[in-house]
Design a protein around this ligand. Structure first.
Ligand code: SAM
Length: 243
């Protein structure tokens, strides 16, 4: 049975401060030695998700990135936070893992050359404890670490922080992927340090609806080993549940 509540979260925090940090820093980096074929494929898929999220945000004339306030919840090494900062957005980059946050900070310092760059604010924090209001809230590839109800609760919380846009990516639960995952669980490899939870689109949409939001754009990214749905959501006009 799935661990509940703090169980998953504490395991995820410990993982992303240790072996998970090393593994994902490599995958999200640009070095090509010491990265295997599967990791390279995941790097490529994730880069496409980041690019698609940026394209969705750039394509929103009512929320110009320059000057927008953005909360990147679970920022990892800063793959999205840094290009947003380069576009002039005022970014809060937060992550449950202190190792991830300091790596993001290091990469941001290295990328801070351009005139429009606004240095993000960095915080070690789980997304459940984030507060404040932002034009845009983004949360990419984080929900895979949490079971359905916890993920839905996280979405409702993220929606309460956002005024104009909410961008969420998740590994979709389809018949085929569900099957693959079960086969994978029968043959656990050495690096399976945390559980992976796939999510049904309707569960994500339900959580958004409960929060008074609706999906306005959809993307699907797939490479050989990486699959993600990307949703952009907007508040339902007249909804009062975000106040
Ligand atoms: N969003 C980043 C990206 O797409 O490049 C990182 C994705 S990485 C697969 C997942 C990240 O979520 C890790 O950095 C992990 O530490 C973070 N994370 C996991 N659970 C979290 C939580 N409850 N609150 C905040 N961050 C969390």
């Amino acid at each position: 049975a799935a661990a509940v509540g703090g169980g998953d979260k504490e395991a995820v925090r410990a993982y992303f401060n240790s072996t998970g940090f090393e593994r994902w820093r490599k995958i999200y980096g640009s070095n090509t030695d010491d990265v295997n074929r599967v990791q390279l494929d995941i790097r490529e898929g994730h880069a496409q998700t980041v690019a698609a999220a940026l394209a969705m945000l750039r394509d929103s004339p009512d929320v110009p990135l320059s000057g927008a306030t953005v909360c990147d919840a679970g920022c990892g090494t800063g793959s999205l936070a840094i290009p947003l900062a380069s576009a002039g957005a005022s970014v809060l980059a937060s992550d449950i893992s202190a190792a991830m946050v300091s790596e993001a900070q290091r990469q941001a310092a290295a990328a801070s050359g351009s005139a429009s760059f606004v240095m993000p604010r960095f915080e070690v924090r789980d997304l459940e404890s984030l507060e404040g209001r932002y034009d845009v809230v983004v949360c990419l590839d984080v929900l895979i670490h949490y079971p359905r109800e916890e993920a839905q609760k996280m979405i409702r919380h993220l929606a309460s922080l956002a005024d104009k846009r909410l961008l969420i990516s998740f590994a979709p639960l389809t018949l085929y992927l569900g099957l693959l995952k079960r086969v994978g669980e029968l043959f656990p490899g050495p690096s399976k340090a945390t559980r992976a939870y796939l999510h049904a689109e309707k569960d994500i949409e339900e959580a958004l609806r409960d929060a008074g939001w609706r999906v306005s754009k959809r993307g699907f990214i797939s490479t050989q080993f990486y699959f993600a749905k990307l949703f952009e959501a907007v508040p339902v006009a007249g909804s009062s549940s975000s106040s």
